[in-house]
Design a protein around this ligand. Structure first.
Ligand SMILES: [Zn+2]
Length: 281
């Protein structure tokens, strides 16, 4: 599933090409794309609007339109938002929606698993989208300080599930949580409130660095993720622990293990990320 670096990359790659474009019409091939909007009303309301800004919040992509409405897109599992400068390019079978611009270019939403969602809402209606109005701090914003992370980890729950919780930190997912914890030497099942100040300080730096490095590599393509230009990311070549079960650790040669934490497949090095359960009891 696309996480912060992938969604940020999609925003950056389509921003310059869709900004100030006028939407001539919209075709929705899969009505469940719109869980909160009536299909006909959606098509009527978006027609003629100009995209005046494009930004990311957590894993959501938000298009500001020249009305009081915003088009909010969540890619979910396999969604791809692809800019097509040439309208003659053939439409693939998993295309859920197409925005047609007045200059002949298009923005297509291709989604094999069909979990992706579009919402057309006013900013004061964000509460209608579960998970949007409750998003926690943006980890690349200045508000994400060491003090903020210290405050968040006070809760008695394991660190992996806390970092995955979008209400705590927005945009982190399975890949970047595993990578951040590995870089910091923290076992994913550690209780968050057992972390020392030194560990929290290191974790804070590593979360920011891994996200920045992944954005610089245009994200991680395991399978479906593509940038807004249709390219794969290349951070998958730089992962140290995610997807490496059975391979030797880059630091110590111990074999990387995969376990289940917070309902997610979790990769870690048993030597670099030790967990002394008795100390926590
Ligand atoms: Zn190791």
């Amino acid at each position: 599933m696309p996480e912060l670096p992938e969604v940020e990359t999609v925003c950056r790659t389509i921003r310059s090409v869709v900004l100030n474009k006028q939407i001539a019409s919209c075709q929705v091939n899969y009505p469940r794309l719109l869980p909160k909007n009536d299909l006909d009303q959606f098509v009527r309301d978006i027609q003629g609007r100009v995209i005046v800004d494009l930004k990311r919040r957590g894993k959501y992509i938000i298009f500001d339109l020249d009305s009081d409405l915003q088009l909010i897109v969540h890619l979910r599992m396999t969604g791809q938002l692809l800019f097509c400068p040439d309208s003659n390019e053939s439409v693939t079978k998993h295309t859920s929606a197409i925005l047609y611009f007045t200059d002949g270019s298009q923005l297509r939403f291709v989604d094999q698993r069909k979990f992706g969602t579009f919402y057309l809402l006013r900013p004061e209606q964000w509460h209608r989208v579960t998970g949007l109005h409750t998003l926690g701090v943006e980890p690349l914003a200045k508000e994400f300080t060491v003090e903020k992370l210290k405050e968040l980890v006070k809760r008695p729950r394991n660190i992996k599930s806390l970092l995955l919780d979008q209400k705590c930190i927005a945009g982190l997912g399975n890949i970047y949580v595993d990578e951040s914890l590995f870089r910091t030497g923290i076992h994913p099942q550690r209780q968050a409130n057992s972390l020392t100040d030194t560990e929290i300080t290191k974790l804070h730096v590593n979360i920011i660095q891994v996200l920045q490095e992944a954005i610089a590599s245009q994200g991680t393509t395991i399978k479906d993720y593509r940038t807004g230009s249709g390219d794969t990311g290349y951070f998958q070549n730089k992962l140290l622990v995610y997807g490496k079960a059975g391979e030797p650790c880059v630091n110590c040669n111990q074999i990387i293990e995969k376990i289940r934490v917070a309902g997610r497949g979790t990769h870690y090095c048993p030597n670099c990320q030790r967990w002394d359960q008795e100390c926590e009891a």
